[in-house]
Design a protein around this ligand. Structure first.
Ligand SMILES: C[S@@+](CC[C@H](N)C(=O)[O-])C[C@H]1O[C@@H](n2cnc3c(N)ncnc32)[C@H](O)[C@@H]1O
Length: 280
């Protein structure tokens, strides 16, 4: 992240703009220091090139549990588990690639403008599996800045080590209090975390706030396809991967007031994909 990028950051407590006070690395990126709210305040640490824009006290219940026992504990297991278990549990054609291609199509990247730079945000970017796919889909002429936020230092550490990050702007933060100015992003994506969020409605309202009006927002997570039969094996496997949620389903009922649903669909046996926008 460069000092120029700080312009769209906001203090997740006060909503005030932030200024960086610290050291840059050789590429001119934020290395270490503090992001301080204009007008004063405690501010937010930048450590090893990564801004940390959340307070530990906010992270409770399922968010804390999942981070401690899964995302920070075994980040290395995430990608192989997704790759192997999806076709094993859902059926041989319902692979990770198949699922990711389906929801990425909904981001309507071909409609992005080419006459100005655009910003794309992945909330809960994890180990960054969507990032190379997003870049590969960007049409020629689109100048896109990709941003990724996540709560787990373990997952983001894995992303940084993988080389997938490229020039993506990465930060640690909480999906319930996105540290960005209103209407900062031209596309917003979230995959795989929201079923375990403490308050999915609040996270959706935050995605709506930081997206420009009329921007497609794509959210994907687990839901057992209500439109087809499932054997006992499918049901048990689904229960095992969603043990933390009594009723995993598309959060179409928790969208902010005024949201327009563009598609609420089931790209594979275990996953919904919900595309929506706020009126333009
Ligand atoms: C199953 S992983 C999905 C990662 C990535 N989106 C993908 O498609 O591979 C879910 C991610 O949600 C993140 N997460 C969980 N709670 C969060 C929160 N409150 N705010 C931001 N990210 C969160 C986890 O740290 C984890 O990286």
């Amino acid at each position: 992240m460069t000092p120029d990028d700080v312009a769209i950051l906001r203090c997740p407590e006060s909503g005030r703009p932030l200024t960086f006070d610290g050291a840059l690395d050789r590429r001119g990126h934020l290395a270490r220091g503090r992001l301080r709210p204009q007008g004063g305040g405690e501010g937010w640490a930048v450590l090893a090139g990564l801004p940390r824009l959340y307070r530990e006290a906010w992270i409770q219940g399922p968010d804390r549990f999942m981070r401690r026992w899964f995302y920070d504990a075994v980040p290395r297991a995430h990608d192989p588990a997704v790759r192997l278990l999806l076709p094993l549990f859902q059926g041989p054609r319902e692979t990770e690639d198949h699922l990711r291609e389906q929801y990425l199509t909904r981001m309507a990247l071909d409609d992005l403008p080419t006459d100005r730079p655009v910003r794309i945000l992945e909330v809960s970017v994890g180990t960054g599996a969507n990032l190379p796919r997003l870049r590969a889909r960007l049409p020629k002429g689109v100048q896109a800045q990709i941003w990724g936020l996540d709560l787990s230092a373990g997952m983001v550490g894995r992303l940084q080590a993988s080389g997938r990050a490229g020039d993506a702007r990465l930060l640690l933060g909480d999906a319930h209090r996105l540290p960005f100015a209103t209407a900062s992003f031209d596309r917003v994506l979230h995959v795989g975390g929201i079923n375990a969020f403490a308050d999915a409605g609040r996270a959706l309202a935050e995605m709506a706030r930081v997206a420009r009006p009329g921007t497609p927002i794509v959210v994907c997570d687990e839901q057992l396809d209500p439109g087809r039969p499932h054997g006992l094996g499918h049901r048990l496997a689904f229960k095992a991967v969603t043990f933390y949620d009594r009723n995993p389903h598309s959060p179409v009922d928790r969208l902010p007031p005024g949201a327009q649903v563009l598609a609420d669909e089931q790209p594979s046996r275990f996953f919904y994909s919900l595309t929506w926008q706020m009126p333009g």
